[in-house]
Design a protein. Structure first.
Length: 410
């Protein structure tokens, strides 16, 4: 039966080539946009490099101190907060501390190179699993001694040292300070803001003594690592209990809000405790997908209705010979799904071309999009839903045609 439906669908598509072109273009173009978006979101949420222990980690990126008049002081935390208060927790086996990447410049042969740098503690390198092209990370002993060492990215190695086969032991100058390179890591996409940087430095080499600032707010993020995934809820509860016991920094404050959350929840943090970043992102994505799909779906519905009216005599004859409305609805929905799958196949090919072009353009540094099985499955699901939604109403309308009216139409 499906084989016959497929043959009929192909014959119908050949009959009106212009309508077929419009339908396939709308489907393939829509799917290309959605697949590129899905690939981007999959890269953001699913790419765990270098954070492979994400399933047993919690992220602390912000604290809010609320005033009596409902105002608040909100932002990243201090190094002292993590090293003193968070370090007192029993459940975490490691506490990685790092700041958001800052910008500076360096010069090679009178050529300016813009770069990002960030400070870390030793636990950060135990939690993160960077791929070292050469060398290794700095140790706690080097941090404690304030050694002027650095780990750099592949990009910076190429820009600063050229085609040198090895740069470990060489010196790299940034902001008029020379650092000895002890490691080179594989590039991290700029979208991974907690782990991205061009160079990584021990926090003790900074001009500011972060350890002496005992306020809660600063420029740092924290990553709490549990021994196992099952320990994560207990670690989260222990962190919240610690926050509730924190003394108020000033008498004007009435409460302190700070959460240790999953990677995604922390990534989409809105900066407002009353607005969920996850809800806002899902809402924005849903609205975008709805708008992208709405126009081609309505267009395909109109085209399908036109096709159906052209086949009114066929419908009348089949009904006269006993075909039920359900049988006809099933046939036309299957035909429409076949059409959308053909458009989907074209859309997948166009998606590969579009993603290749975007990767070549390097619009987002170090972000390489790809279409994996997850993205393809989502694309197939979109095609199926697209065909189903655009085919149900025309099929239902067709099934209601009166036999005599359908035959008279021809």
């Amino acid at each position: 039966m499906l084989k016959n439906y497929f043959k009929i669908a192909i014959a119908v598509l050949r009959r009106r080539k212009f309508f077929t072109f419009i339908s396939l273009f709308g489907i393939s173009f829509t799917l290309t946009i959605l697949l590129v978006l899905t690939s981007f979101l999959d890269k953001i949420a699913g790419d765990s490099y270098p954070d492979h222990k994400r399933d047993r980690s919690l992220y602390v990126s912000r604290m809010s101190e609320w005033y009596k008049n409902n105002g608040m002081n909100s932002g990243p935390l201090s190094f002292y907060f993590f090293d003193h208060y968070a370090r007192s927790l029993k459940t975490p086996v490691k506490i990685g501390i790092t700041n958001g990447a800052s910008s500076t410049n360096t010069y090679v042969n009178n050529k300016k190179i813009s770069l990002s740098y960030k400070y870390t503690n030793a636990d950060y390198w135990d939690i993160m699993e960077y791929d070292f092209v050469e060398g290794k990370a700095f140790t706690k002993q080097q941090i404690d001694k304030g050694d002027m060492v650095t780990v750099i990215s592949e990009d910076i190695k190429k820009q600063y040292f050229g085609d040198a086969p090895s740069v470990v032991g060489k010196y790299f100058e940034a902001d008029n300070v020379k650092y000895r390179v002890i490691g080179v890591v594989k590039n991290v996409p700029v979208t991974s803001y907690m782990t991205f940087s061009d160079i990584y430095l021990p926090y003790t080499v900074a001009k500011t003594d972060f350890a002496k600032d005992k306020s809660y707010h600063g420029r740092f993020y924290g990553i709490l690592l549990a021994n196992s995934r099952s320990d994560v809820p207990r670690m989260q509860a222990e962190f919240q209990s610690m926050i509730q016991r924190l003394p108020m920094e000033r008498k004007e404050f009435i409460k302190i809000v700070c959460h240790a959350r999953s990677y995604i929840a922390s990534y989409v943090d809105t900066g407002n405790d009353n607005k969920s970043g996850v809800v806002m992102v899902l809402t924005a994505i849903s609205i975008f997908v709805l708008l992208v799909m709405l126009l081609p779906t309505l267009n395909l519905v109109n085209i399908n209705i036109t096709r159906i009216m052209e086949r009114s005599s066929e419908i009348g004859v089949r009904k006269a010979f006993g075909a039920s409305s359900n049988t006809l609805i099933y046939q036309f929905i299957v035909e429409n799904i076949i059409l959308t799958l053909l458009g989907g196949a074209i859309g997948v090919v166009l998606s590969f071309i579009a993603i290749g072009a975007l990767n070549s353009a390097h619009l987002i540094p170090n972000l390489v999009l790809s279409i994996n099985f997850t993205v393809l499955f989502i694309g197939l699901l979109i095609c199926f839903l697209f065909g189903l939604l655009s085919g149900v109403y025309p099929a239902w309308r067709m099934s209601k045609l009166n036999v005599v009216t359908a035959l008279k139409a021809q």
